[in-house]
Design a protein around this ligand. Structure first.
Ligand SMILES: C[S@@+](CC[C@H](N)C(=O)[O-])C[C@H]1O[C@@H](n2cnc3c(N)ncnc32)[C@H](O)[C@@H]1O
Length: 209
């Protein structure tokens, strides 16, 4: 698919620049810490769109089993350096290369926002498939729908695309896939970017009973 190739090529071309620019001073880091803190110590966690391996894979407890998946080879090479103990796989979040029911939790931190809109439901369905019966999910999304591209992102001369479904559509995708949304946070990207906001949704695979 043309849009996915553009995102993969983009991250292959600017992986180092993205890692250098990645801010961790926003409330997203606190949301992630809360989510990880609620997981069992030995949880098997999937970081979907793991990028350079930070912050998710890096912040897992030593007893957790960490698996990262990303579409970009260059991003995975950085993740292998920063989190040598994590299992890493190159793949597409919309067709995860894992068996059913093998993860206790999955996290998509700023990665679903790059998936072409027609595939957001596929991604969320895949999360439901690979999670255990009581599995937990954390995703970040934009507050409202937006698609666009930057031909020179981070001054690299490399194009990047975003396909943000917005929080209302994402709630629907989660419910359609059988998740119950447990909590939402609306946070600024960083302390000095109050108007650039992200929504984090935590959800649980619904009990069938
Ligand atoms: C903004 S980076 C986020 C990286 C990291 N999770 C973080 O919080 O900094 C988005 C990552 O999602 C990956 N990605 C985008 N679309 C993907 C897809 N369809 N399947 C797997 N990974 C994807 C990109 O290659 C990139 O590494």
């Amino acid at each position: 698919m043309v849009e996915k190739d553009a995102v993969r090529r983009g991250y292959d071309g600017l992986a180092e620049a993205y890692a250098a620019d990645r801010s961790e001073d926003g409330l997203g880091t606190e949301v992630l810490a809360q989510f990880l803190g609620d997981l069992p110590e030995s949880a098997h966690v999937l970081d979907a769109g793991c990028g350079q391996g930070t912050p998710v894979l890096r912040d897992l407890t030593a007893s957790a089993t960490a698996t990262g998946v990303d579409i970009s080879r260059a991003q995975l090479e950085l993740a292998a350096e920063s989190v040598p103990d994590a299992a890493l796989a190159q793949g597409d979040m919309a067709a995860l290369p894992f068996r059913d029911g093998v993860f206790d939790a999955a996290i998509a931190y700023h990665s679903l926002i790059h998936v072409p809109k027609g595939h957001h439901q596929d991604v969320v369905d895949e999360f439901a498939r690979v999670l255990t019966d009581d599995g937990r999910l954390l995703v970040s999304e934009g507050p409202t729908e937006w698609s666009g591209a930057n031909p020179d992102w981070l001054d690299t001369g490399v194009e990047m695309q975003w396909h943000i479904a917005g929080v209302a559509a994402t709630r629907d995708h989660l419910r359609n896939a059988g998740f119950v949304v447990e909590r939402e946070w609306n946070t600024p990207e960083s302390v000095d970017k109050e108007d650039e906001r992200w929504v984090f949704l935590s959800a649980r695979v619904a009990d069938d009973d």
